[in-house]
Design a protein around this ligand. Structure first.
Ligand code: UGA
Length: 441
């Protein structure tokens, strides 16, 4: 099948590369000429395991190409995916400017049937707005062409996106027309093997499903962080509680890890956007507001522990930070707890020495030039002369360090473990002062 995808960002590139991998002819479109030029040279704007190989292989086979040319994009295929960004507006609602811009781009140029598939994360009702936009432009052109607009939200996890696309838990297709559903069945057939994972529903339910999934996962995390804070006050260990409740299959072990808060480009944005959607619909989404509030508070927990340990005197101190990305296997630092921590430390007059296995360039882009941040090429180097270590991201590399070497480099053997990676008893035996999340300390 021929497919056009607007947006060479995270979702667009993964979708395009995977669809090309199974034999489709994919044209990727972006308004950013610099980005397109780099992609043509094989340089990806994001770090995602396995993606560069897929793109290179598809490009070599002539199954994926990159363009800024809208005429070529609309002419290339009947199936047109929208995978552009929906950044949060000032009030937290999703900004649909780019999505509607693509709708206009298509409508201004189409000369026959087109199936417009929305993959961007968009509020309920967006497919209707896209449909309306296309209809208006076509009417202005004096044309009556057949088209459909459907919702096909993505459920990719950063760091595992290729795997998630190739072996999806579910493929959600929100549409009202049988021929549109059929086309999606055909396109997704290579990824929909063994048992049928493709769920067809109305567009509004599909749009809400995307937000509901992320909001439910964020709720699990905030719930556990709430209990972690309680565990600290009552002298319980949240890690024991986690295992204790996870063994009930109705609760499950997934996504109940307490920590220093959720970050990334999805959970914080999507929870806020869903709160806005609820407000607009005249509904007070109390649980969602609490989920968001608990997370904002949790992102400050590590700083509070550090501040309290040093009796509020942080000026002139140096903190070593392990982990800058919002989670392992990505260089993404959007809404990362590391940023909340660093910014609070700097505001209190402390300095930071940080290491991350892949997010160093991103950290340089965000904070380069600050003299209170030293980016260190190696985790051990980050410890040199620091007053304590704070672990913010659970990279494998940080799971089992040589604690004697850690101790030798730190000025004081103090560890703030924002992801509960270490055994408190073992660290105490090694002479460390240890602070975890929700572990009675
Ligand atoms: C999330 C969802 O997991 C995907 O299913 C969804 O497709 C994606 O958003 C999206 O909407 O695009 P992602 O943001 O890549 O994926 O990252 P997650 O692995 O979900 O982690 C989110 C945050 O929650 C991270 O900061 C992580 O450290 C934190 N987390 C996760 C916890 O604090 N505890 C947990 O138990 C799990």
């Amino acid at each position: 099948m021929r497919v056009t995808i607007y947006g060479c960002g995270y979702v667009g590139l993964v979708t395009g590369a995977c669809l090309a991998h199974v034999g489709n002819r994919v044209l990727m479109v972006d308004v950013d000429a610099e980005r397109v030029a780099r992609l043509r040279r094989g340089e990806l704007p994001i770090y995602e395991p396995g993606l560069d190989d897929l793109v290179a292989e598809a490009a070599a086979g002539g199954r994926i190409a990159f363009t800024t040319d809208a005429d070529e994009a609309v002419a290339h295929a009947e199936v047109q995916f929208i995978a552009v960004g929906t950044p949060p507006d000032e009030d937290g609602s999703a900004d649909l400017r780019h999505v509607l811009e693509v709708a206009r781009t298509i409508a201004e140029r189409m000369d026959g049937y087109r199936l417009i598939v929305n993959k961007s994360t968009v509020p309920v009702g967006t497919a209707d707005r896209v449909r309306e936009t296309v209809r208006e432009v076509l009417a202005a052109r004096g044309l009556e062409l057949d088209f459909d607009v459907i919702s096909n939200p993505e459920f990719l996890k950063e760091g595992a996106a290729v795997e998630d696309f190739m072996k999806p838990d579910r493929i959600i297709v929100g549409c009202e027309r049988e021929d549109s559903a059929e086309r999606m069945r055909e396109l997704y057939a290579p990824f929909n093997r063994n048992h049928d994972r493709l769920l067809v529903m109305d567009t509004r339910s599909a749009e809400l499903t995307k937000y509901a999934a992320n909001a439910m996962l964020a709720t699990k995390i905030s719930f556990m962080n709430e209990l972690a804070n309680l565990a600290e006050r009552v002298g319980a260990d949240i890690e024991r509680v986690r295992v204790g409740i996870g063994s009930d299959p109705r609760i499950g072990y997934h996504f109940i890890y307490p920590g220093c808060g959720y970050g990334g480009s999805c959970f914080p944005k999507d929870v806020k956007a869903l709160i806005r959607t609820a407000e607009e619909a005249g509904h007070d989404a109390r649980i969602l507001r609490a989920v968001d509030g608990v997370n904002e508070r949790q992102k400050r927990r590590l700083f509070e522990k550090i501040r309290d340990h040093f009796g509020g005197r942080l000026a002139g101190r140096t903190l070593a930070l392990w982990g800058l990305a919002f989670k392992p296997n990505t260089d993404d630092m959007r809404e990362a707890p590391s940023r909340t921590l660093m910014e609070a430390l700097w505001a209190a007059g402390a300095r930071v020495r940080a290491h991350d296995p892949v997010a160093m360039a991103e950290a340089r882009r965000l904070y380069g030039g600050r003299d209170d941040l030293v980016l260190c090429a190696d985790p051990m180097e980050a410890l040199e002369g620091a007053d304590a270590l704070a672990v913010v991201t659970e990279w494998h590399l940080f799971r089992s360090p040589d604690f004697d070497a850690v101790k030798a480099r730190l000025r004081r053997p103090v560890i703030f473990d924002g992801r509960n990676l270490y055994d408190p008893a073992r660290l105490a035996a090694l002479g460390f002062t240890y602070y975890g999340i929700g572990r009675g300390t």
